[in-house]
Design a protein around this ligand. Structure first.
Ligand code: NAD
Length: 415
C-alpha cells in the first residue's frame, strides 16, 4: 500500500502503530492512542460588525492526559477540520513526549478567516470559543496556546474571558500571552530558536561548522523569518528563502537584513523581485541544510530523489510524506522530523506555564539556556534510538514520543 496520499491523521496513525509495535506494546495501546481521548465540537454565535449573527464551528481535541494536562495551540483558519485537529493533537503528544514535558497533547481550531474579520469580530469570536470549551480546559486540565493565525492579543482575550468565567485571575490557563499578562521572554522566537539548536546538533553529527553551512528555508513567516535571521547572525550563509509567491536563491548568500526589512506582516517579500524561482525549485537547489518552514507535503516521492541538502530539518508540520522520508533516509540524508524540530514553541510555552504557576519570571537568557538543554536532550534521545534500533529519524522520534504516555497509561492501569 502506498502511504503517499494518506491524510494527516491516517499517516500519523501509520507511524504511531509502527512505533508501538517496535516498542512491544499490545494492540490495545494502539487502539487507545490512535485517536484523541476527547473531541469537543462547539458552535459559536458571533455578532458581526454589520449587526448580523454568524455562527462559527470550533473544535478542541485532547489526545491523551495520562502524563498530565493536555497542551496545544488554537488555529483560526478556513481549512480547519476534525481530522486535522485530531492529528495535530497527536503530534502535540509526541512533541511533549520527545522533549519530556509533563503534558499530553491537545489542539483546537475554529473555521474562520481572520484576514477578513475586524478586530472587534475577532475578539468576540475568541471569547465565544473560550465560553464554548471552558468546561474541559483549565490550567490543570488543558492549556491552549497560539497557532496558525492566532497571536498574543487573541491569547489575552481568551485568558481574560476564562478568568471572568472562573472569577479568578488565571494566567496559567493559556500560553503565548503578552509579557505584561504573564507571557514568557523568548516565547515569540522559541520555535525558530529550537530549530537553530537542532541545526547545530545535526551539523555536529555531520562534522560541518555553522560558518561553512549553506541554508535554504522555505517559508518566511514567523518560523522561517526568525530562523533566517538567527542563522545569518550565527554566521551561516542563507542561500534561499521563499514565500507563497515564489523563492529567491543565491549561492553566495542573500541579504537577509534587507529581506526582513521589506517583508510584510503575512511573511511575503519575493513579489518585490523579478528573478525569482518557484518553491518547488528552491527545494532542489544546492545547500547543506534545507528547512521546510511553510506548509505540508512539500517533499514527496516525486522530488525526494532530487533534494541536494545533506540535512533536512522540518520546522513546518508535516512537510515530508512517509514515502519521501524513506527515500531521504536511504539516500543518507539526516532528517530532523517535525515532532522534534519544531518543539521549541511548546517547550517555552511550558516554561511560561511554570512561571505563571510560581509567579516568578525568568530572563530571556535563562529561558534560552533551559530551552537549549531540553532540545539537545530530545535530539540525543531520538538520534541514539535511530542508531541503536536502526530505524529512520521519524520513527525514532515517534518511538521516543509515545513511550512516556504509553508507560503512564500502563501505570495508571488503563491498558
Ligand atoms: P506563517 O503563516 O507566519 O508563515 C508561513 C510562510 O509560508 C509565509 O512566508 C507564507 O508566505 C509561506 N507560504 C504559505 N503558503 C505557502 C505555499 N503554498 N508555498 C510556499 N510557501 C507558502 O506560519 P509560521 O508560524 O511561520 O508556520 C510555518 C510552519 O511551521 C507551519 O507548518 C506551522 O505549523 C509550523 N510551526 C510553527 C510554529 C510557530 O511557532 N510559528 C510552531 C510549530 C510549528
Amino acid at each position: 500500500m502506498t502511504t503517499e496520499n494518506l491524510n494527516v491523521l491516517t499517516s500519523t496513525q501509520v507511524v504511531i502503530k509502527e512505533a508501538l509495535t517496535k516498542l512491544g506494546y499490545p494492540d490495545e495501546m494502539y487502539d487507545l492512542l490512535k485517536e484523541p481521548l476527547r473531541m469537543l465540537s462547539v458552535r459559536i454565535p458571533v455578532k458581526m460588525d454589520d449587526g448580523k449573527i454568524k455562527v462559527f464551528t470550533g473544535y478542541r481535541a485532547q489526545h491523551n492526559d495520562a502524563v498530565g494536562p493536555t497542551k496545544g495551540g488554537v488555529r483560526f483558519h478556513p481549512d480547519v477540520n476534525e481530522d486535522e485537529v485530531k492529528a495535530l493533537s497527536i503530534w502535540m503528544s509526541l512533541k511533549c513526549g520527545i522533549v519530556n514535558l509533563p503534558y499530553g497533547g491537545g489542539k483546537g481550531g475554529v473555521i474562520c478567516d481572520p484576514r477578513t474579520m475586524s478586530f472587534g469580530e475577532l475578539e468576540r469570536l475568541s471569547r465565544g470559543y473560550v465560553r464554548g470549551i471552558s468546561q474541559i480546559v483549565g490550567p490543570t486540565k488543558d492549556i491552549p496556546a497560539p497557532d496558525v493565525m492566532t497571536n498574543s492579543q487573541i491569547m489575552a482575550w481568551m485568558m481574560d474571558e476564562y478568568s471572568r468565567i472562573r472569577e479568578f485571575d488565571a494566567p496559567g490557563f493559556i500560553t503565548g500571552k503578552p509579557i505584561v499578562l504573564g507571557g514568557s521572554q523568548g516565547r515569540e522566537t522559541a520555535t525558530a530558536k529550537g530549530v537553530t539548536i537542532m541545526i547545530d546538533q545535526a551539523l555536529k553529527k555531520r562534522g560541518i561548522a555553522v560558518k561553512d553551512a549553506k541554508v535554504a528555508i522555505q517559508g518566511f513567516g514567523n518560523a522561517g523569518s526568525y530562523l533566517a535571521k538567527m542563522m545569518h547572525e550565527a554566521g551561516a550563509k542563507v542561500v534561499g528563502i521563499s514565500d507563497v509567491h515564489g523563492a529567491l536563491y543565491d549561492e553566495n548568500g542573500l541579504d537577509i537584513e534587507y529581506l526582513l526589512d521589506r517583508r510584510d506582516s503575512f511573511g511575503t517579500v519575493t513579489k518585490l523581485f523579478k528573478n525569482t524561482i518557484s518553491n518547488k525549485e528552491l527545494l532542489e537547489q544546492p545547500c547543506d541544510i534545507l528547512v521546510p518552514a511553510a506548509i505540508e507535503n512539500q517533499i514527496t516521492q516525486d522530488n525526494a530523489d532530487r533534494i541536494q541538502a545533506g540535512i533536512v530539518v522540518e520546522a513546518a508540520n508535516g512537510p515530508t510524506t512517509l514515502e519521501a522520508t524513506k527515500i531521504l533516509t536511504e539516500r543518507g540524508i539526516l532528517l530532523v522530523p517535525d515532532v522534534l524540530a519544531s518543539a521549541g514553541g511548546v517547550v517555552v510555552s511550558y516554561f511560561e506555564w511554570v512561571q505563571n504557576n510560581q509567579g516568578y519570571y525568568w530572563t530571556e537568557e535563562e529561558v534560552h539556556a533551559k530551552l537549549q538543554d531540553v532540545m539537545i536532550q530530545g535530539f540525543e534521545n531520538v538520534y541514539s534510538l535511530h542508531q541503536t534500533r536502526n530505524v529512520d529519524m521519524r520513527l525514532a522520534a515517534y518511538m521516543v514520543g509515545v513511550r512516556k504516555m504509553a508507560e503512564a497509561a500502563r501505570f495508571r492501569g488503563w491498558i
